[in-house]
Design a protein around this ligand. Structure first.
Ligand code: MLT
Length: 235
């Protein structure tokens, strides 16, 4: 079995393979917000790629989260802060979500054998499940507008490190080997390691340092969201 990593939704067709579990990664903040939402009782999340699609759902009276360039899009119920997805207003609800990169990665991989959502918030549960699942794994980093970003790469390295420490069943592709070394440099203080990373700087400029801190906090939930029939649900 193999673990590989892809650094952008744009490159996904190059890595696409049958019988592979794809882990969608958008640490700041889409996949962290999604894990948070399920931990706080959301029933279903319908990811959509465009703001236009999100508008159609809004007209049908769905609760809709929409973010572009780190900011909430006007006219919707939430942006993409994990703190928007905590509390009674989300419990039992179906939420539609569109974000700059995370929902684009889900869209790119939606026909894969299995698509699950990864973040530091659910990392232990995710790694245990991936080891048990016994399939090839592709870590799909959402990046930023189809370019590499550091926080998704650090998380992909954390998953690689954890799985290769706990199981010898998986061969690491070159990307994962590099990411494992990267994570070893970052793990003592991921927040500090990411200090000059572009999206952390972007979010800090928007006064969203608390979002960053939360998104880098491991194991806040055991929930693993999985994509089924056009929506994310709790596994
Ligand atoms: C995204 O999907 O691009 C991100 O999660 C952006 C963000 O929430 O800041």
């Amino acid at each position: 079995m193999k673990i590989d990593a892809c650094f952008s939704p744009h490159l996904y067709p190059v890595y696409k393979a049958d019988d592979t579990v794809v882990v969608i990664i958008d640490i700041l903040r889409a996949t962290s917000a999604i894990c948070t939402a399920f931990e706080h009782g959301v029933e279903k999340i319908i990811p959509v790629a465009t703001v236009e699609e999100a508008h159609e759902y809004k007209h049908k009276k769905y609760l809709v989260g929409a973010e572009r360039n780190g900011l909430p899009v006007e006219g919707f119920d939430f942006g993409n802060s994990p703190f928007n997805y905590m509390g009674d207003h989300v419990k039992g609800k179906t939420i539609v979500l569109t974000t700059t990169n995370g929902t684009q990665a889900i869209e790119a991989a939606k026909d894969a054998y299995k698509v699950v959502i990864g973040s530091f918030l659910n990392i232990d549960a995710l790694c245990s499940w991936l080891i048990k699942e016994d399939k090839n794994i592709l870590l799909l980093c959402s990046g930023w507008k189809n370019k590499f970003n550091l926080e998704d790469a650090v998380f992909a390295g954390a998953v690689t490190d954890e799985i290769s420490n706990r199981s010898d069943k998986f061969n690491l592709g070159d990307a994962c080997l590099a990411l494992k070394y990267l994570y070893q440099m970052a793990k003592e203080n991921p927040n500090k390691f990411l200090t000059h990373s572009s999206h952390k700087e972007r979010l800090s400029a928007l006064n969203l340092k608390e979002d960053v801190r939360y998104c880098l906090t491991p194991n806040q939930t055991k929930v693993i969201p999985i994509y089924r029939d056009g929506a994310l649900v709790k596994m």
